[in-house]
Design a binder for this molecule. Structure first.
Ligand code: ADP
Ligand code: ZN
Length: 614
């Protein structure tokens, strides 16, 4: 295949990228990482979801002699990963606990005979001496440690079996290792490197920016209606994930979407394993399904065409938020990360944290939540804030809600004082729950039953808040909570003062707040203003062609029992529908059409395009 720089031969790695995967060029970082590994070096790779980590070990596995052994905790996804490689003509297999002895023997024999390019291995296999001996007898090209953050006891995905991976280097000192993750604050990164003994490995840290994801965070008014509006107005027929905090909420929202004509499935740890696996398989295989889930869902889901991730509850940390939203748009096409959050979320999470673990744990969780709240209440570019959290810098992006419809800031010192004064007056009645709603009712001078019962209409603060509406007062309380100027008392859930409230009450401190823009940003606003993400829209003539190709792909995927994206990605079908190649040779130049897929599907695609015998 011709190289773009005339005269120079493409490297073996680049040649493999083009021939096997059908891609023209490496993504940022990939080329260097691959050359380093092919040359026998160890690597630590930090790259966002969708950055293209898999190629970083798959290509060296193909180029180097022997089998690339990939250690992955994602047992349920191994079959799909192997199917995807086989569709490209790569010899791949896996070994994990779901197989019976006969199935394992077949794979082991292939490995020993040197027939495998890539072997996926569950980490717990390394506990079995026979598996270690197997690796000794075969020819290993490299070890890839996927989802490397699982070695971190600090994070929430810790897998004890990962601790054994530190032994790889001692046993096989000459086999290059590559550890990959998309999760990493400084602390996690350091822990991975030390636990896996990668101090001498070269570290590759890619930008965490995901320019095709539009970040939007809006106040929760009526979560169901807001979600439905988002899906109907911007994501009709799209695949997406809706995250909820509780199992109950998952069930409720899945049912609600279904009732409103949107195909949605629930996923949470309370469902039996069979149902979970079936729902996950449907989400991966079918087009346009919505998964309503707790955070139990998603790790390693490499479906490339997830068009939106919606959060109906506040994530507990920026890292969690980034991971979860990162599951949108792996294919680089425009996608939405949308979060609705409200006062109740803050109250609930603060209470949850207070009721868990030891003091150190609570302090850490509380810091995580503070950063998340700061991201929610920022008046700056969301992306800039997000990148800053991971220690990276960026420019205002033009593709987040604060860039598209900038919110105003306002001096909320006086309203803040009113809220705090009310909190002070209620402080004497500690054995009652006086939450945010009650405080707002007092400020607005509402004579409801609870107010009359406790004689709160006689307080001096009763009715002093006519200048703001109910929703505005709630936003004030929410932001006071976010800024740590009030807290939630853990036993009854009442609002209480913090160490910092005094300065506000005494007028020594100004409180600035975010005022929501009148109309929140929508995708329509994005299309008009934003130029960075590639257009997903097809021309009028291309639409029916795309639909025809999609129907063909759906039928073929079903016949072969693999996810549709294993055949071709949407982006590839789109390019075919737009350029309408007239021959196999032309079809071969389309991104995502490699040698094997061209041979296997080329004729069928041309037929679907109505091309006479190419
Ligand atoms: P990660 O594991 O980092 O989340 P993947 O390895 O799954 O990302 O890659 C994300 C998507 O990008 C996949 O669909 C992959 O085929 C595609 N991709 C990876 N590298 C390239 C490249 N150099 N050119 C085009 N597409 C690529
Ligand atoms: Zn922005």
């Amino acid at each position: 295949m011709a190289s773009p720089e005339s005269g120079t031969e493409p490297s073996e790695a680049l040649e493999t990228l083009r021939r096997v995967f059908g891609y023209d060029a490496f993504r940022p970082g990939q080329g260097e990482i691959i050359e380093h590994l092919v040359g026998g070096g160890d690597a630590f790779v930090l790259m966002p979801t969708g950055g293209g980590k898999s190629l970083c070990y798959q290509i060296p596995a193909l180029v180097r002699k022997g089998t690339g052994v990939v250690i992955s905790p994602l047992i349920a996804l191994m079959q799909d990963q192997v199917d995807a490689l086989r569709a490209l003509g790569v010899q791949a297999g896996f070994l994990n606990s779901t197989q019976d002895l006969d199935e394992r023997r077949v794979v082991e024999a292939q490995f020993l005979a040197g027939e495998l390019d890539v072997l996926y291995l569950a980490p717990e296999r390394l506990r079995v001496p026979a598996a270690v001996e197997l690796l000794d007898r075969g020819d290993v090209a490299l070890f890839a440690i996927d989802e490397a953050h699982c070695v971190s006891q600090w994070g929430h995905n810790f897998r004890p079996d990962y601790l054994m991976l530190s032994g790889l280097h001692e046993r096989w000192p000459h086999i290059p290792r590559i550890a990959l993750t998309a999760t990493a604050t400084e602390a996690t990164r350091a822990e991975i490197v030390s636990r896996l003994g990668l101090e001498n490995a070269r570290s590759f840290v890619a930008s965490f920016d995901r320019p095709n994801i539009q970040y939007r965070i809006e106040p929760k008014t009526d979560a169901k209606r807001q979600l439905l509006h988002l899906l109907q107005s911007e994501h009709k027929g799209d695949a997406g994930i809706v995250y909820c905090l509780s199992r109950n909420s998952v069930e409720k929202h899945a049912e609600f979407l279904t009732q409103n004509g949107i195909e949605a499935l629930p996923y949470h740890a309370g469902l039996d394993a069979g149902t979970r696996a079936a729902h996950q398989a449907r989400f991966l295989r079918e087009d346009g399904l919505v998964m309503v889930a707790t955070i139990a869902f998603g790790m390693g889901i490499d479906k490339p065409d997830v068009r939106f991730v919606a959060h109906l509850d506040l994530p507990k940390s920026v890292e969690g938020y980034y991971q979860e939203t990162g599951r949108a748009g792996r294919d680089g096409q425009p996608s939405t990360a949308w979060l609705a959050y409200g006062l109740q979320d803050v109250v609930q999470l603060r209470k949850m944290i207070d009721g868990e673990g030891d003091a150190a744990y609570r302090r850490r969780e509380s810091l995580h939540l503070d950063s998340m709240l700061a991201l929610c209440e920022t008046v700056e570019c969301r992306r800039v804030r997000l990148l800053a959290y991971f220690g990276q810098s960026g420019e205002p992006c033009g593709n987040c809600d604060t860039c598209l419809t900038p919110p105003q800031t306002w001096d909320a010192t006086v309203p803040a004082q009113k809220v705090l004064s009310t909190v002070v007056r209620l402080d004497r009645e500690r054995r009652q729950k006086f939450g945010a709603g009650h405080i707002v009712d007092i400020l607005l001078g509402k004579k409801n039953a609870k107010i009359i019962q406790f004689d709160h209409d006689s307080l001096t603060v009763f009715g002093i808040g006519a200048e703001l509406r109910d929703t505005e007062w709630r936003a004030v309380v929410r932001q006071l909570l976010a800024q740590g100027l009030v807290a939630v008392e853990s036993q009854y859930g009442s609002l209480v003062l913090t160490d910092e409230s005094g300065a506000v009450l005494r007028g020594e401190r100004t409180v600035m707040m975010r005022r929501e823009p009148e109309r929140p940003a929508t995708r329509a606003a994005r299309t008009a203003k934003e130029r960075k993400a590639p257009p997903a829209d097809l021309s009028a003539e291309a639409v029916p062609v795309f639909e025809r190709l999609r129907a063909w792909r759906g039928a073929t995927a079903k016949e072969q029992g693999v996810p549709a994206y294993v055949i071709f990605h949407d982006a590839t079908l789109r390019e075919i529908a737009t350029t309408r190649p007239g021959s196999l040779a032309e079809l071969g130049t389309v991104t995502g059409v490699g040698e094997n897929k061209l041979a296997k599907y080329g004729e069928q695609v041309l037929e679907a395009l109505g091309v006479e015998d190419g």
